[in-house]
Unconditional design. Structure first.
Length: 315
């Protein structure tokens, strides 16, 4: 078994009306928790790495651990660069063996985003790697991505079609109401499903069939994790995420990849806080890190079943 690109994953997902989970990884326990959950559901999975994670863990270490995950589970796994800021970072990841990269040019003006994305596509495709890009700006904070609500913009459907045609990207992250971080909304959660449908319809009208759409900032912010964190000394008050039923509806449409990072961070923090509180004399990292790994596996299993619908996507 070897790492795969997302091409076949997304083809099956579009036709089967489900989405593949893309989970951010930083260390061994997160990787093991995610892939063991995917294995238990016979689901393909995307392991993705931010620029901050590259700096923290080193791409060679991450690639080595992901290779071990492929060997352990035998499931389809794509290794993806999340929010790549420039061609240099993209090249570093491709050279390290990543099978998918995302270039985030959403902070540039439109024409510059098109030009820079096209440059990334040309390099990646020449090396057999697929490319995701972003159009529109999501509010919130995640690693190096910081956009305040005033500067967040929804994706324009006509612009999305033009962007896909001119850049040759393999998938597109759009802004329809999700946001980065643990505090995604105040009051009622909303996603602009009409905008999602219109983007897909316009792509189809231009002969771009079954094109995979991506949702960033789509963690549900599991309330049990939040409560456990707060119960054992945390101060994560008022955190809210995207309801699973909304994500499932998006997955039943054209959304083939749903990104989740905050849910894993909360799960790991909750399990470690609880472990320290219940075992104050313990100092073996295998104890509290093992508890975090198990809880991440539980959370990811729930996401696959309830939000993604990708159970048995390996069939």
């Amino acid at each position: 078994m070897a790492l795969v690109t997302t091409k076949e994953m997304f083809k099956k997902a579009f036709e089967g009306h489900y989405a593949i989970g893309a989970f951010n990884i930083n260390n061994m326990e997160i990787i093991q928790g995610v892939v063991r959950a995917a294995k238990s559901q016979n689901s393909a999975v995307i392991l993705q790495v931010s620029k901050s994670a590259l700096k923290y863990a080193n791409p060679l270490y991450l690639k080595g651990m992901v290779d071990a995950a492929v060997a352990e589970t035998g499931i389809d796994i794509a290794l993806h660069l999340d929010h790549g800021p420039d061609l240099e970072t993209v090249k570093e990841c491709i050279d390290a063996g990543f099978t998918s990269v995302m270039f985030d040019g959403s902070h540039y003006d439109y024409e510059e985003n098109v030009a820079k994305t096209k440059e990334v596509v040309e390099y990646a495709h020449a090396h057999g790697v697929v490319v995701e890009a972003e159009l529109g700006k999501l509010a919130g904070v995640e690693d190096d991505v910081k956009v305040d609500a005033a500067n967040a913009t929804y994706t324009d459907p006509d612009q999305a079609v033009d962007f896909v045609k001119r850049t040759g990207v393999d998938s597109l992250a759009i802004a329809i109401g999700t946001s980065h971080g643990a505090y995604k909304f105040k009051g009622e959660a909303k996603l602009d499903f009409d905008r999602l449908e219109k983007i897909t319809e316009k792509l189809e009208a231009e002969g771009i069939h079954n094109f995979p759409i991506v949702l960033h900032g789509a963690s549900s912010v599991d309330q049990a994790s939040v409560e456990t964190c707060n119960q054992y000394g945390g101060q994560i008050n008022g955190a809210k995420g995207m309801p699973a039923e909304m994500l499932r509806k998006a997955a039943s449409m054209a959304v083939c990849k749903i990104n989740m990072d905050t849910d894993l961070r909360l799960a790991m923090t909750a399990a470690i806080r609880k472990s320290f509180a219940e075992n104050p004399s313990a100092f073996d990292p295998r104890g509290y890190c093992g508890a975090a790994r198990d809880y991440i596996q539980e959370i990811v299993t729930k996401k696959i079943q309830e939000a993604l619908g990708s159970v048995d996507s390996m069939k």
